[in-house]
Design a protein around this ligand. Structure first.
Ligand code: CP
Ligand code: NVA
Length: 335
């Protein structure tokens, strides 16, 4: 395998790196996963310190950065919303300068993508995007790593995203999939299809890799042949509550359920979800939606979520291994 040097680099968007380099990160993640499964310690970055900053809540991303940092021998400090001055009493510029002078690397989950870019420009240490309104690049590493484990290869395979296709995860799947040579189908209501600039970007990558891109609002005619079905929540973190009613009504036909699985007619189809998911009423929001609109499952039914098609929890675990790889590479622990 050709070697690449990532030391000192940031990871703000999946498109920061060409296809070969993304595949290389995925391979390193698989190697680190193997080592961990075989109880082989990899304290590659002793005495380093990282900060993880979350302007929005997180379970997986936070846990993955923390555990990965500990596995690599690093100290990790968590800064939640309202725990530091950022945004309220101190600018991103000042915060980035200060934290960059103390920490060796910084994870940032925020609202505006420009904020993570600004952070990276002034911190002078590797900055990793832990999700913004526009992109979710560390999620992409885990997702395509998981699919590569399942499929053995990525090129020429097809992934279909159904649901709110204008959010960060759907946009990133479209562009990153095209970049990696994975055919991407998007099935969503017209008003929730990906933004034009995202489609244009994906088409440019698709031209280079030979991937195909299809966008449609017709559920019945669009579940063509596919190797994977992916969905995400119908309203994302930071969106106002008043979008919920309209989204539920609009996205109901785009739910991933058993009748969709039957339409796919592929016994090996894989079902993915970045999580958290509304697949029952065991959450406050899920229960509220049920009480108000009578829908007990939103973007994915409980049946599909728990079926043998689902690789959702494997995907979640791979957040750890892939985040570990990007940190180890950019901090110089893996050459
Ligand atoms: N998929 C994901 O980013 O999950 P968290 O919001 O829990 O980090
Ligand atoms: N689209 C979701 C992804 C959560 C990981 C959100 O931004 O809330």
């Amino acid at each position: 395998m050709r070697e690449f040097n990532f030391e000192g680099k940031c990871f703000l968007k999946s498109t920061d790196y060409p296809k070969e380099e993304l595949n290389y990160i995925i391979e390193k993640a698989r190697q680190l996963k193997d080592e961990k499964k075989n109880n082989k310690s990899h304290q590659l970055l002793p005495n380093k310190n990282i900060a993880i900053i979350f302007e929005k809540p997180s379970t997986r991303t936070r846990a993955a950065f923390s555990v990965a940092a500990h596995d690599l021998g690093m100290n990790v400090d968590y800064f939640g919303q309202n725990e530091i001055h950022l945004g309220k009493k101190e600018s991103i510029y000042d915060t980035a300068k200060v934290l960059g002078s103390m920490y060796d690397g910084i994870e940032f989950r925020g609202h505006e993508h420009d904020d993570v870019e600004t952070f990276a420009r002034y911190a002078n240490v590797p900055v990793w995007n832990g999700l913004t309104n526009e992109w979710h690049p560390t999620q992409m590493l885990a997702d395509f790593m998981t699919l590569k484990e399942e499929w053995g290869t990525l090129e020429g395979k097809t992934l279909t995203f159904m649901g709110d296709a204008q959010n960060n995860v759907a946009s990133d799947l479209l562009v990153t999939g095209a970049l990696l040579g994975v055919n991407i189908n998007i099935v969503a209501p017209k008003s929730r299809l990906p933004q034009e600039k995202v489609v244009t970007m994906a088409k440019e990558y698709a031209q280079q890799t030979g991937a195909t891109i299809q966008l449609s609002s017709e559920v019945d005619n669009t579940i063509y042949q596919t190797d994977a079905l992916y969905t995400d929540v119908w309203f994302s973190m930071g969106e106002p509550e008043n979008v919920i009613e309209e989204r539920v009504a609009m996205l109901k036909p785009y739910q991933v359920n058993m009748s969709i699985i039957k339409k796919v007619q592929n016994p090996n189809v894989k079902v993915l979800h970045c999580l958290p998911a509304f697949h029952n009423t065991q959450t406050k929001v899920g229960n509220e939606v049920y009480q108000k609109y009578g829908l007990s499952e939103m973007e994915i039914t409980d049946e599909v979520f728990n079926s043998s098609y689902s690789i959702i929890f494997k995907q979640a675990e791979n957040r750890l291994h892939s985040i570990k790889a990007i940190m180890a590479l950019t901090l110089g622990g893996l050459k």
